[in-house]
Design a protein around this ligand. Structure first.
Ligand SMILES: Cc1cc2nc3c(=O)[nH]c(=O)nc-3n(C[C@H](O)[C@H](O)[C@H](O)COP(=O)(O)OP(=O)(O)OC[C@H]3O[C@@H](n4cnc5c(N)ncnc54)[C@H](O)[C@@H]3O)c2cc1C
Length: 374
């Protein structure tokens, strides 16, 4: 063993003897522990980014309330309110995902422990089961915090660029999150790869749901609007699932027929990953907002949480449409492509939202609290 290099220090292990009592896990199976430690690391990174998003949003709103230009606080300007609201909405989405995954992993760990498995084994199983979700949170959280720190610099104007203030420091520090714990490109590849692998191994049924979506495409569309609490939102999330199934299912089928080699088509995999991220974020946010609707005591009136959810779904619908279209035109053509593109139009129909007014409502909640307010 030795330390090499003077400026960058690296530790190399060569022929190091480890006492038997110090061996962790099983010999020859260390990679399982290493990979699952990465999953936990990704979860923690994503949750940390959501926490940092709250802090940076607080900094931004305090400065927006304080800084006077054209005889008024810059927070009065719609352009600034847009940024504050977006920082809050995206952070809220990342937070919703992290709350959901942490509960799911805890439940899985508790179930494994109840079966008599050791603490280590139970943790390993929980991390393995939610590997896809951990990658999704890592990518989404790190991109949310990068958005927040960038807009925070912008809201601070010239002093945001100065290294003497915290905005520039946060901007610099945030950037690494998209690189370590697996770069965001690698994590995007991993989440789709894992999904397809689980489907191939029969652990996850995407073939039958994908087939059901294809069948639905050949039937007459229903004109009925959904009814009940958050019915349009549940429908939107259900439709996002259909879009993911349609695109991933069609691509997987072409791969099985030998007409496509997805390993060589990373652009399509990136589109699929981005759809998965939007789907998981939308669903997590919907669960949280609907749960909040049953609480009497909460930081904001329900209409503010509803506004955040509606703006997110409005934007996610457009992103889904672009990602699905980009993926489909990359591997399908002729009548098949026409049918799929019809599906994109048919399944992505979340009703129009006055996003300007909803964002203003969210920004007002932040400005009144003069800090993170949710
Ligand atoms: C501050 C800091 C702390 C770190 N801490 C740790 C630590 O504690 N433990 C640890 O193990 N590592 C750590 N790292 C290393 C970090 O995990 C790596 O830098 C990271 O995994 C990227 O690897 P790389 O730098 O070799 O980039 P490369 O692998 O060369 O990647 C360069 C670019 O190419 C892309 N790319 C690479 N391969 C593919 C592919 N197959 N398909 C598509 N795109 C691809 C990447 O996404 C990236 O955009 C740290 C790095 C930094 C900067």
């Amino acid at each position: 063993m030795g330390i090499k290099g003077s400026s960058t220090r690296q530790v190399f292990f060569e022929n190091v003897k480890v006492p038997v009592e110090n061996v962790l896990g099983e010999i020859g199976k260390g990679h399982l522990i290493a990979f699952n430690a990465l999953n936990i690391g990704r979860f923690k990174l994503g949750a940390m980014c959501a926490g940092a998003g709250r802090t940076v949003t607080t900094k931004a709103v305090q400065y927006a309330n304080e800084r006077i230009q054209f005889d008024q606080p810059i927070g009065n300007f719609g352009a600034i309110q847009y940024k504050l609201a977006e920082m809050a909405i995206r952070t809220f989405a990342a937070e919703s995902m992290s709350f959901r995954i942490s509960q799911q992993m805890q439940d899985k760990k508790a179930a494994a422990t109840a079966e008599g498995k050791s603490y280590g084994q139970s943790m390993l199983e929980a991390a393995e089961e939610y590997a896809i979700e951990c990658s999704i949170l890592k990518v989404y959280g790190s991109e949310v915090i990068d958005y927040c720190v960038d807009e925070n610099v912008q809201i601070h104007g010239g002093i945001g660029f100065s290294e003497e203030y915290t905005a520039a420091r946060a901007y610099r520090d945030s950037r690494i999150n998209r690189i370590y714990e697996g770069t965001n490109e690698i994590n995007r590849l991993l989440m789709v790869d894992q999904l397809l692998r689980r489907a191939m191994k029969g652990k996850l049924d995407i073939v039958n749901p994908a087939w059901a979506v294809q069948k639905e495409l050949s039937s007459m569309p229903s004109m009925d609007r959904p009814e009940g609490p958050y019915a349009e939102e549940h429908k939107a999330v259900g439709d996002f699932k259909k879009i993911v199934l349609m695109c991933a299912g069609a691509a997987a089928k072409m791969q099985m027929d030998g007409k496509l080699n997805l390993k060589e088509e990373q652009e399509i995999l990136m589109n699929c990953a981005d759809m998965l991220i939007d789907l998981y974020a939308a669903e997590s946010m919907l669960h949280r907002v609907q749960k909040l609707s049953a609480f009497e005591q909460k930081a904001q009136p329900q209409e503010v949480y509803d506004a955040m959810l509606q703006v997110f779904l409005h934007d996610a619908t457009q992103r889904m449409s672009k990602n699905a279209t980009d993926a489909l035109v990359s591997f399908a053509d002729g009548d098949l492509l026409k049918t799929f593109l019809m599906g994109v139009k048919r399944f992505l129909k979340y009703p129009p939202v006055n996003v300007k007014e909803k964002r203003r409502m969210v920004a007002a909640a932040l400005r009144n609290a003069n800090q993170w307010a949710f």
